[in-house]
Every structure is written in structure tokens, then in C-alpha cells.
Design a protein around this ligand. Structure first.
Ligand SMILES: *[C@@H]1O[C@H](CO)[C@@H](O)[C@H](O)[C@H]1NC(C)=O
Length: 268
């Protein structure tokens, strides 16, 4: 593409969309975007991408103070969602708790890292809201992952999840996928109790603070680039000219050995 075409394309898009994201070339990047949360508050989201390591990370603080980190490892098709949840010391909880949820990264969940490193925003003061709402996905996180062996799934898990220790979970279905890919079964641990069927109560309906129960935690990625947009020049083939933004919620249900450790259970 010649320089004149690029500037013409940029101009066309900037006229069409005020909150424009431009394309530049780089191997690694950091983008700070203002995002409106569902309660109306504004947060700053930091999006980092590295096309050589083939990862994207996204981090922001929720209105309740929880720090949310999302990491997409495209090389290993793994995604990590971590929440640093603030506790309520007046209820006998610790100051914060780290939760780490690891699942398979599906194709098309988020734009590729090589596209992400080229994103720049024209107007950093624009507060963004997603164009598409992808609802809430409910996930039963019923298998603990051994952090020491987690490099077999992705070398990033140990770093991102190290504070979560006993709360690093994945799903049964994902395990099947990974075992087929040759990951050793020893990385997945057994829970002391059956977590499916009528076995275990939710923490919100459990009375005793030292009872084991099923905790749930919901978070929402309010804004992330989920698709590439293509524009058409004069008779030329379509070219990438921007992104489509999405918002997606995740509800994680996971085992907790004591109700006391279940922070911010939205049912409670
Ligand atoms: C995790 O794996 C390591 C290395 O095999 C082992 O020593 C450790 O006991 C395991 N941790 C748990 C909680 O099973």
C-alpha cells in the first residue's frame, strides 16, 4: 500500500468515526483507553500486545476496586482471567484475594496480537463503550491447576496466577482438549469434594463460615477489540481499517474450602 493510499484511508475513517483507532507498525505496544463501566464509572484500561511472544494483555480496575487482568496466549491457545478481589476485613476476610481462571482461547475471541500492536488511538480522551455485547458466559471451574506444572499449558500462567495459589482453576472440557494435545494429567488436581450435581451448596446458601461451598464470581471485560473491520478502497481489495469492540461477562463457579474465603459472591 503506497503512503497516499494510507493517508486517504485514514482520513476517510477519521471522518466516519470520531473515536478512531489508527494502524501503525510495531512489534510491541501499549494502549491506554478510557472505558465506561456498566455502572457509569470510567476506568482506564491498559492493553499491551507483543506480536513476537504472540500475547495480548488487558488490565483495568472495576468500580468495586477489583483489578482484572486478561491474558490471551495465542501460541498455546490459552486465556487467563485473573481477578484481584478486595476483601472486607470487617467480615474477617483478608485484604485481597487472587482468583485465576484458565480456559482454552477460542479462535476469534479477540483480534490477533499482530493487529493489536498496530492499534493507536487518535483521541485518548474519548470514553469508549463497546459496540457489541457478547452476554455472560457461565463457566464451571471445577479442576484446580498445579501452578508449578502450569508451564505445560502456558508459560504465562505462573507469573499471572502466582498470588492465586489455591484458586487456580480450569474446566473439565478444557482438560480433555489439553490431554489430547499431550499435556500431562498430573498438572490437574483433584478436589476434596464432588462439585457437581446436588453435592455442594452455593456459598450464599451456606450458613457456617468454615463450611466448604461453591463460590461464584462475575466479571466483565467492558471493552476489548474483538474483530477487525475491513474497508474497501477504489477498486482495490479490502484492507484493515479499524476494529470492532465487544463487551463480555464471565461468571465463574468454583469450589472454596470455606465460605469465609468466598469474597464478593454476588448471590450472597
Ligand atoms: C504440584 O506439582 C509439584 C511437582 O510435581 C508437586 O511437588 C506438588 O506437590 C504439587 N502440588 C499439589 C498441591 O499437588
Amino acid at each position: 500500500m503506497c503512503p497516499r493510499e494510507i493517508s486517504a484511508a485514514s482520513l476517510r475513517v477519521s471522518l466516519a468515526v470520531v473515536a478512531l483507532l489508527l494502524w501503525m507498525s510495531a512489534a510491541a505496544s501499549e494502549l491506554k483507553v478510557l472505558v465506561r463501566l456498566s455502572g457509569g464509572q470510567i476506568t482506564q484500561e491498559v492493553l499491551e500486545a507483543d506480536s513476537e511472544r504472540d500475547i495480548i494483555t488487558l488490565e483495568f480496575k472495576q468500580a468495586d476496586g477489583a483489578l482484572i487482568t486478561f491474558l490471551a496466549d495465542f501460541k498455546r491457545h490459552v486465556k487467563i482471567l485473573r481477578a484481584l478481589v478486595l476483601g472486607e476485613p470487617e467480615r474477617g476476610q483478608t485484604q485481597y484475594q487472587a482468583l485465576c481462571f484458565i480456559t482454552v482461547l477460542d479462535h476469534g475471541e479477540i483480534i490477533p496480537s499482530e493487529a493489536m500492536v498496530r492499534l493507536r488511538q487518535k483521541n485518548p480522551h474519548v470514553v469508549r463503550t463497546a459496540e457489541e455485547n457478547r452476554g455472560v458466559e457461565q463457566m464451571s471451574m471445577n479442576v484446580p491447576v498445579n501452578l508449578t506444572l502450569s508451564w505445560q499449558l502456558s508459560s504465562h500462567i505462573h507469573n499471572v496466577c502466582r498470588d492465586a495459589r489455591d484458586f487456580v482453576y480450569t474446566r473439565k472440557d478444557d482438560i480433555k482438549h489439553w490431554l489430547e494435545k499431550g499435556v500431562e494429567g498430573s498438572i490437574f488436581e483433584e478436589l476434596p469434594q464432588k462439585t457437581e450435581g446436588p453435592g455442594l451448596q452455593s456459598c450464599s446458601s451456606t450458613a457456617g463460615p468454615w463450611q466448604p461451598c461453591m463460590c461464584s464470581y462475575t466479571l466483565r471485560l467492558e471493552w476489548y477489540p474483538c474483530m477487525l473491520k475491513y474497508c474497501r478502497g477504489h477498486g482495490s481489495s479490502p484492507y484493515k481499517c479499524g476494529i470492532r469492540s465487544c463487551s463480555k461477562g464471565y461468571r465463574f463457579d468454583f469450589y472454596t474450602p470455606h465460605k469465609q474465603l468466598c469474597m464478593r459472591d454476588e448471590d450472597g
